[in-house]
Design a protein around this ligand. Sequence first.
Ligand code: SF4
Length: 277
Amino acid sequence: MNAVRMRHILDTIAEMFPDARCELNHRNPFELTIAVLLSAQCTDETVNKVTATLFEKYRRPEDYMSVPLEELENDIRRIGLFRNKAANIQKLSRILIDKYDGEVPREHSALTELPGVGRKTANVVVSNAFDVPAIAVDTHVERVSKRLGIAKPDDSVLEVEKRLMKLVPREEWTITHHRLIFFGRYHCKAQNPQCDVCPLLDVCPEGKKRMKAALQPAKAKRGGSAGKSVKTAKAGNSGGASESAKAPKQEKPKATAGSKRSMNTKSKDQAPSGAST
Ligand code: SF4
C-alpha cells in the first residue's frame, strides 16, 4: 500500500462518512470505559439500550460496588458474557476507587491493567475521552483493512493497527478509526459488501475478486458478454459515495452463501463490532 493510494482511501471514506463518530452513548470517560467493556461480542445498539438505564442507576465506581454481583449481572443480562463483564466492572471499580480516586486514568498502560480492558478498549478510551490519537482495531477495521490491501490477510490485530499507524497521519488516527468502522458497518459489510457500487473498487483487491467471481456465471449464460456489467459497476464507482453508504442503517448480519467467500472473517463476520478487549 503506497501513500497515494492510502490518501485516496482516506479521502473517499471521509466523503462517504463525514459524521463518523463513536456510537456508544456516554457522558464521561467512566461511562465510556463501561460501555466499551460491555460492547465485546455485542452490538453498540444493544449496549446503548442497556446503558440507557444502567447509567442512571450507576453513576460512579462506588455505585457498582454498592450492589451484590448478582444484581449487576441482572442489570446487564441482555448483553453477551454478562457474568464475566459484571465481575470485571466491579473489579475495575474497586481499582479505580483504590488507586485513582474514582477516576479513569489517562495513561494507556494504566488502562490496560484494568480488568476487562485490553489494548483495543484502551485505544477507544484514550482517543474518545482524552483526545489522544489512537486507532482501535475492531472487527470492522480489521476486515476492511484486509480487504483493501492495507493489511495482509494473516496479520494479527496488532499488526493491522501498526500498519494503519504507519500509513495514516497521526492527527487522523482517531477519525480514521471511526470512518473505517462506519465504512465496514454500513457499506463494506461482512456478509454482503456493496462492491458493485463501491467508490474504492478500483483499488480493492477483494472487491475485484468478488466482482470477477460474480460475473463468471453471468458470462457463461450470456456466452461471454459480461463486459457491460463490469462497465456499469465501474461507472457507479466514479460518482463517489453510494446512496446506501450515505444513509447508514444498522447492519443486521445474517449467514449467506457469500460469507464463505469472505476473507478470513467468517467467525468475526457474525460477531458485532464491539471493541472487545
Ligand atoms: S470493493 Fe467491496 S470489498 Fe472492496 S472496499 Fe468496496 S465494498 Fe469492500
